[in-house]
Structures are given as C-alpha cells and as structure tokens.
Ligand binder design. Structure first.
Ligand SMILES: Cc1cc2nc3c(=O)[nH]c(=O)nc-3n(C[C@H](O)[C@H](O)[C@H](O)COP(=O)(O)OP(=O)(O)OC[C@H]3O[C@@H](n4cnc5c(N)ncnc54)[C@H](O)[C@@H]3O)c2cc1C
Length: 303
C-alpha cells in the first residue's frame, strides 16, 4: 500500500471559502492541500456583481485566479472528492475517491451547500418512508432488502458500494457517470446492478416506496431509494466524525474563529449557513485558514 501523504492543513472545497483559506494558511508557511472540483463550486456558473471591488466578473475566472494565488503561496491541489474522514489519536485521515489516503493535523471544511433534490414525483411524499439522502445515516434500515441509489458522482457510487454490505440487491441509476477511474472499476467489480444512461421519472408506492419508474418505462422494485447527488455532503461526513450541526441539522456550527466543536476542524462558507454569498465565504475562509495553520503549528510542536 502507498504511504499516506501528510499535510499540516487539508481543505475540502475549491470554492471561494476554500481558496481564501488556502491563501491565508499557505502564507503561514504550513503545508496545505486543497481537495475538490472547481466546476462543482456554486460560483462556477455565477456572475459576481456585489462583491466589493469586483464587478460583473465570471465566477470561473474568479476561481481560476484564486487557485493561481493559492498555488503561488505553495498550496497544492488534488481534484478529487473525499469519501471519508477518520479522527486519529493525532489529526485526521482522509480517503479520496481514487483510493488515496491523506493525513492532516488540521482540517477545513468548505464544501458549500447541497441543493440535492431530484425533483421527481414521489420524492417529497416518501421522505422518511423509503426516500433518503444519506446512505451512511439510513443504510442499515435496509438489511437484506432491495435498494436503489440515484446519482452520477462519487457520493452515489460510494453509497452503492457501501450498501452492497447491507442490502440483498443494490441498483445504481445514473444518467452519466462522473467519478474517478478507480471508483468506477471498484463498482464494476461489485454486485451493484448499474442502470447507465437512465433517468428516474417517478418514485412509486402506497404507504412506502415500492418501486422506481425510469423514463424509458422500466420499473425497478425497491424498498428504498437513496438520492445521492454530487459529492459526499456535510451530513455524511459529519455523521461519522461527530461535528456539531445547527438545530435543523443543515449547517456546521462554528465559533467566531470558525472552529467547530472538534479541535482541529474548522468550517467556512455556505456550509456554515446563509447568507450564501461570496463575501461571507471569503471572510470565513480567511479566519479559518489563519486559525487552522496556527492549530497545525501548535500540534506539530507538541508531537
Ligand atoms: C447561480 C448562482 C449565482 C450566484 N450569484 C452570487 C452573487 O452574485 N454574489 C455572491 O456573493 N454569491 C453568489 N452566489 C453564491 C456563491 O457562489 C456562494 O455563496 C459561494 O460560492 C460559496 O462558496 P463556498 O466556498 O462555501 O462553496 P462552493 O463555492 O459551493 O464550493 C464548494 C466546494 O466544495 C467541494 N466539495 C464538495 N463536497 C466535497 C467532498 N466530499 N470532497 C471534496 N470537496 C468537496 C466542491 O467540489 C467545491 O469545490 C451564487 C450562487 C449561484 C449558484
């Protein structure tokens, strides 16, 4: 097995919060790795007109500039999603979608918000009655049953693979797969039944979910449907780590220094709640970057 790469600060997210955090942390002369995909940032398709000193600039351009700035100060980038985070005696260990293991003293979560509804008939009606948005939270309810996962990215494939250890039969419905080759190969070698190039038309049932109707008219009998759109979201990552969320379980709770309840873990940007604005994301990223770098320096000294 490859030796895990180790960093002082790892940042999840290459949006404005993650990039600003990377700039401030890297300037403190600690090693910094930024994970995530630029095209998945909310900013990527936006045009920014209300950020001080920037007027009508495409989000993609802002993100490219931010990345160059952070790289110029020494931050490294890896365009991959993180699938799991495990707390260790000292620091944290992360697994990425290609199977890489990364260790870090401090972690900044800047993964943005998820607007992960599928938007089909039956979805809202069956939430909690067979429709779920979190395999890690609800997967165990489906021991020995038949489930489907809907999604094209790492969260869906990882979710389907996790469910093969729980459910009797696992279907993956994906329009077009967008994951690393390593994750794709793992899935193709698993017992997941893949419905590629397919879209869901509706989720059906009486009191609970009974089947999934695809747009081509095929119906799949299922007891549960997991909607896993995009990368692994906050809820999944937080569930395993024990990061405190707000009362509605939607955002990370932080103090004024962007620290979460877990020493060494900071959060910034949309993941910390509204207003969902670049100005707020950048401000919080700055604070998180400075404090995570200080934490990493302190913990390295005490080793
Ligand atoms: C259409 C649109 C228009 C907008 N217009 C404006 C505007 O005019 N002004 C304004 O101020 N704001 C605007 N916004 C909001 C603004 O884009 C967001 O507030 C800002 O991008 C939030 O930054 P963030 O860094 O918190 O998250 P994001 O920019 O969303 O970045 C999230 C990052 O996390 C990464 N990620 C997610 N999960 C994982 C994982 N498991 N592992 C690794 N990485 C992960 C993603 O790949 C991505 O890089 C707009 C948003 C949209 C959608």
């Amino acid at each position: 097995m490859d030796t895990p790469q180790a960093y002082d600060v790892v940042i999840l997210g290459t949006g404005p919060a993650g990039l600003q955090a990377a700039i401030h942390a890297a300037r403190k002369k600690v090693s910094v790795l930024v994970l995530g995909k630029e095209t998945k940032s909310s900013l990527f398709h936006a045009h920014i007109e209300n950020f001080c000193c920037i007027f009508n600039v495409p989000g993609e351009e802002i993100l490219n500039t931010g990345r160059q700035q952070a790289a110029g100060f020494g931050a490294q980038f890896l365009e991959e999603d993180v699938l799991s985070i495990i707390q260790q005696a000292k620091g944290f260990e992360l697994q990425t979608e290609s199977g890489a293991t990364i260790r870090t003293s401090a972690l900044i979560i800047a993964t943005g918000t998820h607007r992960n509804r599928l938007g089909v008939k039956g979805e809202k009606e069956f939430i909690g009655k067979g429709v779920s948005y979190c395999v890690d939270c609800d997967g165990n309810f489906y021991k020995g049953q038949t489930v489907a996962v809907v999604g094209n990215e790492s969260a869906a494939v990882d979710g389907a693979l996790t469910l093969t250890g729980i459910a009797a039969q696992v279907h993956l419905v994906c329009d077009r797969l967008d994951v690393s080759d390593a994750l794709k190969t793992r899935m193709e070698n698993s017992r997941v039944t893949i419905h590629a190039g397919k879209k869901v038309a509706r989720i059906q049932g009486d009191q609970e979910v009974e089947s999934l109707l695809l747009q081509d008219g095929v119906s799949i009998k299922v007891n549960g449907v997991f909607i896993e759109l995009g990368a692994k979201g906050l809820l999944q990552l937080a569930t395993t780590l024990g990061i405190a969320l707000d009362d509605e379980m939607r955002y990370v709770r932080t103090d004024k220094g962007q620290a979460t309840n877990l020493p060494g873990i900071y959060a910034a940007g949309d993941i910390c709640g509204p207003p969902w604005q670049m100005a707020k994301a950048v401000g919080e990223g700055c604070v998180a970057g400075i404090n995570a770098a200080a934490f990493a320096r302190g913990s390295n000294r005490s080793q």
